[in-house]
Design a protein around this ligand. Structure first.
Ligand code: PMP
Length: 358
């Protein structure tokens, strides 16, 4: 703290001061049950494996297609939109960071909830965008009236993170419709696990940008692919900023693997179905153990125990080789965010908790 208050001199006075986002831990050990970063517990589609096996390393001497057209076309076909309505990036973090830079460029505050993905405040601070965080209600739901105030843009995840709560499409539409002079970004990183996408609204509202990722439901966090879908105008603005920043964001490998992944819808649905099944079982068993949680529609459960502090359970789980996420800070520090894993990982987590709490 003392260090941050210290006045900088010389070249240090000109350094951009930032407080970075802290990603979840990526442990090195083998026998760890990793339920801390909302990754998919299953491998990606076997079709992705086949692309990797057949990949010609010789092609790596050439730059990739700056428009990542094959991947854009596959996504456009999948979502039944025009290819000019699709933008791809290096994970949805890359897409979101560029969207902040592109669309949140005024003097009025950008709005996002007080309990949400903590990267939003980091980008706002990085780009010096003013922002305001309306409080979610006591049940962690958005109050749509909070988003009817003057603003320089709006962003929220749906389902929200880390709560897992889904807002219905009417609420999303009311917010988008009430803000024709702002870009509204709906971050749908977790929508495939039971959410209703706002993609159906994109044809009606040219100020709506829907962002999705390959990192969760498509099991490709390690490949880094995210995308946005919106009106042609919005996508053209986003592309102009991207091409002012880095032309070649998507590697040849990411483009090829991403395309194969989107084209295997059967595998995608099967994997998502298994995760949703395990989530519902985990909810039942966690409730029996004295946990309460919002009704998650994501691939994680935001749970608090009636008697035992979250920070303590987090530490003891970690010592037992079971990693979950614990956030310090107001409103969230009584909760653990537990990623839904395989059935076997759920067995081990629940067995530990049964003994620990029993
Ligand atoms: N949005 C939300 C709400 C998230 O939780 C995450 C994952 N940390 C992301 C976006 C970014 O995911 P990725 O960059 O892997 O697509």
């Amino acid at each position: 703290m003392g260090e941050r208050m210290e006045k900088k001199t010389g070249w240090e006075a000109n350094v951009r001061a930032v407080t970075p986002y802290t990603p979840g831990e990526q442990p090195k050990g083998q026998d760890i049950i990793k339920l801390n970063t909302n990754e998919c517990p299953y491998p990606p589609s076997p079709k992705v494996g086949r692309v990797l096996e057949g990949f010609d390393a010789g092609t790596l001497r050439l730059y990739p297609d700056p428009a990542a057209q094959e991947l854009v076309d596959a996504l456009a076909a999948y979502h039944h939109v025009d290819q000019e309505q699709v933008f791809v990036g290096v994970g949805s973090d890359d897409v979101l960071a560029l969207a902040f830079l592109t669309f949140f460029n005024g003097t009025k505050p950008v709005l996002f909830p007080d309990v949400t993905y903590s990267f939003y405040a980091v980008w706002a601070n990085l780009y010096r965008i003013p922002y305001f965080c309306p409080a979610l209600d006591d049940n962690f739901h958005l109050n749509q009236k909070d988003y009817m105030a003057e603003n320089g843009g709006i962003i929220f995840p749906n389902p929200n993170a880390p709560t897992g709560i889904l807002e219905d499409l009417d609420t999303v539409e009311a917010i988008v419709a009430a803000n024709p002079d702002s870009v509204v970004i709906v971050d749908e990183a977790y929508v495939d696990f039971g959410g209703v996408s706002a993609l159906s609204l994109v044809e009606t509202y040219d100020n709506l940008l829907v962002v999705q990722t390959f990192s969760k439901s498509r099991a490709m966090a390690g490949m880094r692919i995210g995308y946005a879908i919106g009106s042609k105008k919005l996508i053209a603005c986003l592309s102009a900023v991207k091409f002012s920043f880095n032309s070649y964001t998507m590697s040849r490998l990411a483009i090829a693997c991403g395309k194969a992944c989107v084209e295997d819808d059967v595998y995608f649905r099967e994997t998502v179905g298994r995760i949703v099944g395990t989530r519902e079982r985990m909810k039942r068993e966690l409730a029996q153990l004295g946990f309460t949680f919002p009704d998650s529609k994501a691939n994680f459960i935001f749970a608090k125990h009636a008697h035992v502090e979250a920070g303590r359970i987090f530490g003891d789980l970690r010592s037992a080789g079971i990693y979950v996420r614990y956030f310090c800070g107001p409103r969230v520090d009584k909760y653990l965010r537990i990623t839904v894993g395989t059935e076997e990982q759920a067995d081990r987590l629940l067995a530990f908790l049964r003994e620990y709490l029993g």
